[in-house]
Design a protein around this ligand. Structure first.
Ligand code: ADP
Ligand code: MG
Length: 697
C-alpha cells in the first residue's frame, strides 16, 4: 500500500465519518466539532455504532477512553465490545452513552486533594475535536478527565479551555481590524521530539535506567560528542529500520511525522512532525512517545525519553513550535504584505512579547520537572531564565517604532505602524540562535525549554492563556478608543517600551547573561523545580486562570501540589535505587577487586622479592578509601531518604530533596565514578557509558 493509502487508516477521521454516517448525522457531528457543542444522544448512538463497526472491521475487540491524567502519561482502561446475546452468544455493542462518557475507577490517579479518595469516581468525556483511533486492537476515544464536581483532573481539559480563551480574545482583536470573514482562531503546534536509543541487553543490565530512566552512575567515556560527528550523521541500519517502522506506525495513526535525524549526542535522535491544531498536536505527541517505545522494543532496543539519561552528554528536549491561525488559513504571526496586515502582525507579536514577559514564571513552571532540572542552564538547553529572541531585523524595527524614528536611515522614512510596509526580513537569519528559550523563527515561536518527557499540554495551556490575557487588554483598550490608528500606534509603542527587557538576541548560555537578566533586567531566575512551582499560586497567576476560565483556584493549587509531590517521589526513587546499587553491587564489586589486588601484592612480594607493586597498591589504597567514603555516604543517604518521608508539607519535602538529598547523591556518584575508572572492567557490575552510548552498531 502506498503511504497516502494507509495514512490515517487507523483513525476514524473526517473521510471515515463522511462515508459511514448518514448525512444529517455527519452534518451534526461536523457542527459539534466546529462549534465545540455537546453531542445529542441520538447522534452519539449512531456515531458510536458506526465507529464500532469500523473498529471491528479493523480488528478491534475493545474500546477505551484514552486520557491524560496529571501523571503526564496517558491512561486507558479497556472494555470489550461484547454483550451477551441469546442463550450462549455475544454481539459487539457500543452505545452513544459509552462513547460520550466513561466512569473509570480513578482513585489512584493524583488529584492533589481535589477528589477525596472515598469519592473514587472521575468521569471521562469525549473530545470530538480529536479523532478516535485504533491502537493494539483497541478503539481509543480521546477524552477529558474530570471529577464529579467538574474539576479538571487531566492535562487536556485546561488546554482545551485555553484554546477557547485565546479564540475569544483574538476574535475581538481581529474584528477591530475588520476581518469579518474569520469565524475562529486556533493555535497550532509542531513538537519536535528528541530521544535516545540503546540496545535492550545493555539496558537490562542497568538498574538505574530500569527504575529511574537515567543513569545514576557512570564514568565519562573517552569519546562523547566532542567530534560533532553524530549530528545529522548517517543513520545506522538498526536505527534506520526503527525509524522506518516508527513512521509507518505513526502515519497509520494519522500522526504527521515528517523529519527524522541524528542529534548532537551519540545515540540521540529527533523526530519532527508537521504542525497541527494544538490539542491534536498534544494527543499526537503523547502517541508518538508511546509508539517510539513500542517500536524500539520490536527492534531489541530501548527508547529513552528522560531529559538527561547520561550526565556530561547532551540531554533531550522538545521544541514546541507555536503559532496562531485563523480558520481562513492566515498565520497571525506571519509578517504581511501590506501596512495594514503588518500592523495586525505587530499587535499579535506585542501580545506574545508582553505575555512572555508578564508570565515568564508560568512558562518556567510549565517545563518544571526533576528530569528537566538537569538540562536547563547546563550549556545544552536554554537557561532557566525565560527571554525572547526576535533576531536583529525585527528588533531594529521594534526599536524604531518605540523611538518613533526612521527605520531605514537612508530613506529617512518614519516607521509608522499601519502606514508603512515592514521591510521583509529573510527567514533564514531568524533561526540561528539556538540558545534562546523562546525564539521567533519567521512565522512562529519556538519554545525550547520543554523536556523530552514532558507533555506539551501544560506549556501550551500557559502560552495560550498568557497571550489571551494580553489580547484581552489590547481589545479592551482599542475598542474604547476614539481613533483606532492613533490608539494602535500608542499601544504598540507602549508595549515595546514596557516589555523590551524580555527581548535578548545574545548568547543565552553565557554566564554574563544570567547576571544581566537578573541584576539589570529584573527577570526571574527560577533555577529548580521547587524554586519555580510555588509561583503557580501567585495572585497574578491565579487571577489570570480564573479570568479566562482555564483553571479554578482549587485546580491551580492541586496542580502545584501534584507537581511538587511528583518531584519528591522521583528523587526518592532515585535515592533508593542508588542505595540498592551501591549496597548490592558496587561496594561488593569494589571490595572484590581490592581483595584481588591485595592477593596479587602478596603473591608478588613472595615470588618477586624487591619488586614493588606500585599499580596494585596505589589502586587498592585509593579504591579502599573510595569504598569507605561511599559506604559512609550511602548510610547518610539512607538517613536522609527516611527523614524526607516524615516531612508533611509538599514544598518543604521537595526543598529537602533538592537541598539535602540531591547533593548527597551527587557526592556519592562522584566517589563511585572515580572507582569505576580505577576498577578492571570485568569486575565492574554495570555496562559503562561507552557500552551504552555506542551499543547500536
Ligand atoms: P526547522 O526548525 O528545521 O527550520 P521548520 O521551521 O519548517 O523547520 O519547522 C519546525 C517545526 O515547526 C515543524 O514541526 C513544523 O511543523 C513547525 N511549524 C511550522 N510552521 C508552524 C506554525 N505555523 N505553527 C506551529 N508550528 C509550525
Ligand atoms: Mg526547529
Amino acid at each position: 500500500m502506498s503511504i497516502p493509502e494507509y495514512f490515517g487508516c487507523m483513525v476514524f477521521n473526517e473521510a471515515c465519518m463522511k462515508s459511514r454516517l448518514p448525512k444529517e448525522i455527519y452534518t451534526a457531528m461536523k457542527k459539534t466539532i466546529r462549534d465545540g457543542k455537546s453531542l445529542d444522544l441520538n447522534v452519539a448512538n449512531v456515531v458510536a455504532n458506526a465507529m464500532k463497526d469500523w473498529a471491528v472491521e479493523h480488528g478491534a475487540t475493545h474500546y477505551t477512553h484514552w486520557f491524560q491524567p496529571m501523571t503526564g502519561i496517558t491512561a486507558e482502561k479497556h472494555d470489550s465490545f461484547i454483550s451477551p446475546f441469546g442463550d450462549n452468544g455475544v454481539i459487539m455493542e457500543f452505545s452513544g452513552k459509552e462513547l460520550v462518557k466513561g466512569e473509570p475507577d480513578a482513585s489512584s490517579f493524583p488529584s492533589g486533594g481535589i477528589r477525596a479518595t472515598f469519592e473514587a469516581r472521575g468521569y471521562t468525556a469525549w473530545d470530538p475535536t480529536s479523532y478516535a483511533f485504533i491502537k493494539d486492537d483497541t478503539l481509543c476515544i480521546p477524552t477529558a478527565f474530570c471529577s464529579y464536581g467538574g474539576e479538571a483532573l487531566d492535562k487536556k481539559t485546561p488546554l482545551l479551555r485555553s484554546m477557547e480563551a485565546i479564540n475569544r480574545q483574538a476574535m475581538r482583536v481581529l474584528r477591530l481590524f475588520g476581518n469579518d470573514d474569520v469565524t475562529s482562531v486556533k493555535t497550532t503546534v509542531g513538537a519536535e521530539q528528541e530521544y535516545f536509543l540503546i540496545d535492550q541487553d545493555v539496558y537490562n543490565r542497568r538498574k538505574d535506567l530500569i527504575y529511574t530512566g537515567r543513569t545514576l552512575f557512570g564514568a565519562r567515556p573517552p569519546k562523547g560528542q566532542e567530534l560533532d560527528d553524530h549530528y545529522f550523521g548517517t543513520i545506522k541500519p538498526r536505527v534506520a529500520a526503527f525509524m522506518k517502522e516508527l513512521d509507518r506506525e505513526l502515519w497509520k495513526l494519522g500522526v504527521l511525522s515528517k523529519t527524522e535525524h541524528n542529534e548532537v549526542a551519540p545515540s540521540q535522535h529527533e523526530l519532527a512532525p508537521v504542525f497541527t491544531t494544538t490539542n491534536i498536536a498534544s494527543d499526537h505527541n503523547q502517541l508518538t512517545m508511546e509508539v517510539m517505545k513500542k517500536v524500539a522494543a520490536r527492534h531489541h532496543m530501548v527508547c529513552l525519553l528522560h531529559e538527561k539519561p547520561f550526565a556530561g552528554v547532551n540531554g533531550s528536549g522538545k521544541h514546541n513550535n507555536w503559532s496562531i491561525s485563523t480558520n481562513t488559513g492566515v498565520n497571525l504571526l506571519e509578517p504581511g504584505e501590506t501596512p495594514y496586515e503588518n500592523a495586525q502582525f505587530l499587535l499579535f507579536l506585542c501580545a506574545v512579547i508582553k505575555g512572555v514577559d508578564e508570565y515568564a514564571d508560568l512558562l518556567r513552571i510549565s517545563v518544571a520537572s526533576a528530569g528537566n532540572d538537569h538540562r536547563l542552564g547546563a550549556q545544552e538547553a536554554p537557561p532557566a531564565v525565560v527571554s525572547m529572541f526576535l533576531g536583529d531585523e525585527l528588533s531594529e524595527i521594534l526599536d524604531a517604532i518605540e523611538a518613533d524614528t526612521s527605520y531605514d536611515a537612508k530613506e529617512k522614512s518614519l516607521m509608522r505602524v499601519g502606514v508603512h510596509v515592514l521591510p521583509k526580513f529573510p527567514k533564514d537569519t531568524t533561526d540561528r540562535n539556538r540558545t534562546s528559550p523562546f525564539a521567533f523563527t519567521g512565522n512562529k515561536f519556538e519554545f525550547r525549554m520543554l523536556g523530552s518527557a514532558d507533555t506539551i499540554a501544560c506549556a501550551n495551556m500557559m502560552i495560550n492563556t498568557a497571550v489571551a490575557e494580553e489580547l484581552r487588554q489590547f481589545a479592551d483598550y482599542l475598542e474604547s478608543a476614539d481613533d483606532f490608528h492613533t490608539a494602535l500606534n500608542q499601544l504598540i509603542r507602549k508595549t515595546i517600551k514596557e516589555h523590551k527587557r524580555i527581548i535578548f538576541n545574545g548568547n543565552g548560555y553565557d554566564e554574563s547573561w544570567i547576571e544581566e537578566a537578573t541584576q539589570v533586567r529584573g527577570l526571574p531566575n527560577l533555577v529548580s523545580t521547587p524554586d519555580a512551582l510555588p509561583h503557580y499560586t501567585d495572585e497574578k497567576n491565579v487571577t489570570l486562570f480564573l479570568r479566562h476560565k482555564v483553571l479554578s483556584e482549587v485546580e491551580v493549587c492541586s496542580r502545584c501540589e501534584i507537581l511538587l509531590e511528583n518531584y519528591s517521589k522521583i528523587l526518592h526513587i532515585e535515592a533508593l535505587t542508588m542505595i540498592d546499587m551501591v549496597n548490592k553491587d558496587l561496594l561488593p564489586a569494589m571490595s572484590k577487586y581490592v581483595s584481588k589486588l591485595c592477593k596479587t601484592i602478596s603473591a608478588k612480594s613472595a615470588a618477586l622479592p624487591g619488586v614493588d607493586s606500585a599499580y596494585e597498591s596505589n589502586t587498592a589504597r585509593r579504591l579502599s578509601e573510595l569504598t569507605n567514603e561511599s559506604f559512609a555516604l550511602v548510610r547518610q543517604l539512607e538517613t536522609y531518604a527516611s527523614h524526607a518521608a516524615t516531612i508533611e508539607d509538599a514544598l518543604q519535602t521537595a526543598m529537602y530533596y533538592k537541598d539535602t538529598v540531591l547533593p548527597c547523591m551527587e557526592q556519592l556518584r562522584k566517589m563511585i565514578d572515580e572507582a569505576e575508572s580505577l576498577t578492571a572492567k570485568e569486575y565492574w557490575p554495570y555496562p559503562s557509558y561507552g557500552d551504552m552510548l555506542f551499543s547500536i552498531k
